[in-house]
Ligand binder design. Structure first.
Ligand code: ARG
Ligand code: ZN
Ligand code: CA
Length: 237
């Protein structure tokens, strides 16, 4: 197997005021959360109900901060159309996860590009108040899980309900079918499509405090893109 895969990270902080110019401690907190969530060392992993505990995965990814870039810019919101990536292009996206922290606006927490897309727009964008868990953060998305979710997309994961009706697949066998996202902090069990939803999965839409697992099937799907010929094989070098 590939063993633990390390992903070096570049963080581009694009700010129009001092709050948005988040500190190094906030950036460090986000890297630490990614490391915990993708190695199943998150301190809420023990909340996974018995029904799903057997498939809760150590995804075996680690993340190291390679560099931080800071850009003052008078633009106050950047939308979801990759404008921030045109203004501040990714650095070596073949071998680094590029993250832009900037105000997206419109209540959007973050957005990501799936693997195999244009390298000029490869990476993840996150608004500063949903990045990390210290500093300029905003409840109930102040646990750094927006980035866990977005990096899941960057590593080829779909939303757990497949963005459609019961038979619409997320291409992962061990995540139960659902026909909708869950929000807030659902109690267990919450059932749709004749089975209990895995509401605590990072790829649902619940609050940061209420998501705490990837599944083994999701782990396999993420890691497959690093195999020879896969769209992120250049990282595994
Ligand atoms: N809505 C965003 C997306 O679909 C992110 C959702 C993140 N959820 C969270 N609890 N932080 O990519
Ligand atoms: Zn998403
Ligand atoms: Ca599934």
């Amino acid at each position: 197997g590939l063993g633990v895969i390390n992903i070096p990270v570049y963080v581009h902080v694009v700010y129009s005021n001092s709050n948005e110019n988040i500190g190094n401690a906030q950036i460090a907190s986000q890297i630490s959360i990614l490391n915990d969530d993708f190695r199943k060392t998150n301190n809420d992993a023990n909340q996974v109900p018995n029904e799903f505990a057997g498939v809760a995965a150590d995804a075996e990814f680690t993340f190291t901060l390679a560099n931080t870039f800071r850009y003052a810019d008078s633009r106050t919101s950047w939308g979801t159309n990759n404008a921030v990536k045109s203004a501040y292009p990714p650095v070596t996206p073949e071998t680094h996860l590029n993250i832009w922290v900037c105000n997206i606006g419109g209540g959007i927490l973050g957005y990501a590009q799936f693997p195999g897309g244009n390298l000029a727009t490869d990476g993840v964008v996150c608004s500063p108040q949903y990045f990390g868990n210290v500093g300029f953060v905003s409840a109930p998305f102040d646990g750094g899980r927006t980035m866990t979710h977005e990096v899941g997309h960057y590593l080829n994961l779909r939303h757990i309900w497949g963005d459609g009706r019961c038979r619409q697949d997320d291409f992962v066998a061990d995540t139960p079918s659902s026909d909708r996202p869950n929000y807030g902090c659902p109690s267990y069990p919450t059932a749709h499509c004749r089975s209990n939803d895995m509401t605590m999965n990072y790829m649902d839409y619940v609050n940061d405090d209420c998501m705490y697992m990837f599944s083994e099937g999701q782990k396999a799907r993420m890691r497959a893109i690093f195999a020879t010929g896969g769209p992120r094989a250049s990282f595994a070098g």
